[in-house]
Write a new protein. Structure first.
Length: 99
């Protein structure tokens, strides 16, 4: 069981990694995580591994590896800080997140 301090440190590291990745690769970021929460439709706040992302109707959803539902492994693609695509992913891509 993770303590709240551990969760806060983990979330801070995720934010740092996302921002570092964005500055290192043409402002494009790919991030894998477990979907914690999503709105009923597409538009709204999505929570992946405890981090909130604002998603608009323009964001592409790709369910090639299963439904994009709470508990699923997803790949989040961002460009210049904006979410561009959310894609279902093989659970193996998120295995390290569940330890």
């Amino acid at each position: 069981m993770m303590t709240s301090t551990y969760k806060a440190i983990k979330q801070a590291l995720i934010v740092l990694l996302i921002s570092l990745s964005a500055s290192c690769s043409d402002n494009e970021v790919e991030y894998y995580g477990i979907l914690d929460h999503r709105p009923e439709g597409k538009d709204g706040m999505w929570v992946i591994d405890g981090k909130s992302f604002s998603v608009t109707e323009e964001v592409e959803l790709d369910e090639d590896h299963g439904p994009i539902s709470v508990g699923a492994c997803v790949e989040l693609e961002m460009e210049e800080g904006d979410v561009k695509e959310i894609e279902s992913a093989e659970m193996e891509k998120c295995q390290h997140k569940q330890q």
